[in-house]
Design a protein around this ligand. Structure first.
Ligand code: CU
Length: 276
């Protein structure tokens, strides 16, 4: 039915209410971010500071687009509300389509280019000289960390020998001499201001290694060994959590990263080597 008389116009209430609701939601969202209601813990690596910078840049760019788009929507809802007018059909505007697609492309490519260092630094940078290697094995629902011991070599693993109840959660082969001095522990201890290389693996399914203070989150995938690097610059204890839904015990899957002084680290190794 085509309406044309003034008496047929729709009520203004839905348009006004919807525009008001959109404006309130935009203001509330901006407030949550601007007031720093959920501040992250302070970063403890140089790369984590880069990640924070990139995050803030991305948040500003997408925040401005979000506010403009939502307020534009509220304006359009008010401006083009039902006043009994005929609907107009528009076939589109090629110039505008090309323009906003190109602008979106440029914005996202620029963000990707400015953020590449923050992302790649922990993953693809050449191994730092003197880096301490620690193997990280995830399994339902625990982390197991292995240090190569005095010889600096990890011993061979055999999946058939995996037996957590008998104290061999990684399946260390007792016949390999390189593995005799390997140290296997449930939490990660590293010296402060010293490069560390983690070798991340999984025994059963996709898990994740996430430490907020490192701004580092990486999946552990069965069949893959994912190297990760970081140099923590503040002594303390930080939580490691799994952020992949990996089964019923997922919410309990966590461990700790202990960043300690160089001498405390030496003592930690000595104590464990003595217990071998
Ligand atoms: Cu998990």
């Amino acid at each position: 039915m085509i309406r044309s008389s003034k008496q047929d116009r729709g009520s203004a209430a839905p348009a006004v209410l919807l525009a008001l609701l959109l404006t309130v939601l935009v203001l509330a969202t901006v407030y949550v971010f601007a007031a720093h209601l959920f501040p992250p813990p302070a970063p403890i690596t140089a790369t984590a500071i880069l990640v924070d910078r990139q995050y803030h840049l991305t948040l500003w760019v997408t925040g401005v687009v979000f506010v403009l788009a939502q307020l534009g929507l509220a304006y359009a809802v008010l401006r083009f509300q039902d006043r009994g007018q005929h609907a107009r059909f528009i076939r589109g505007n090629l110039t505008m389509e090309v323009l906003w697609t190109a602008v979106t492309l440029v914005v996202f490519l620029s963000l990707a280019i400015t953020g590449r260092k923050a992302w790649a630094q922990d993953r693809y940078a050449p191994e730092a000289p003197g880096a301490i290697q620690v193997e990280v094995t995830t399994t339902q629902f625990v982390y197991t960390f292995r240090y190569p011991g005095k010889d600096g070599k990890f011993g061979r693993l055999d999946p058939r020998l995996i037996s957590a109840p008998t104290g061999n959660p990684l399946g260390l082969d007792p016949d390999d001499p390189a593995g005799r001095d390997d140290i296997v522990v449930p939490s990660l201890t590293v010296p402060v201001n010293h490069p560390v290389e983690l070798l991340l693996r999984s025994q059963d399914m996709v898990h994740n290694f996430f430490v907020r203070e490192l701004r580092l989150q990486q999946d552990a995938v069965p069949g893959m060994m994912v190297p990760l690097q970081f140099t923590a610059n503040r002594v303390g204890q930080y939580e490691i959590v799994c952020t992949q839904l990996c089964g019923l015990g997922h919410s309990t899957m966590h461990s700790f990263l202990n960043v300690v002084s160089e001498s405390d680290y030496e003592n930690f190794l000595k104590r464990l080597e003595a217990g071998q």
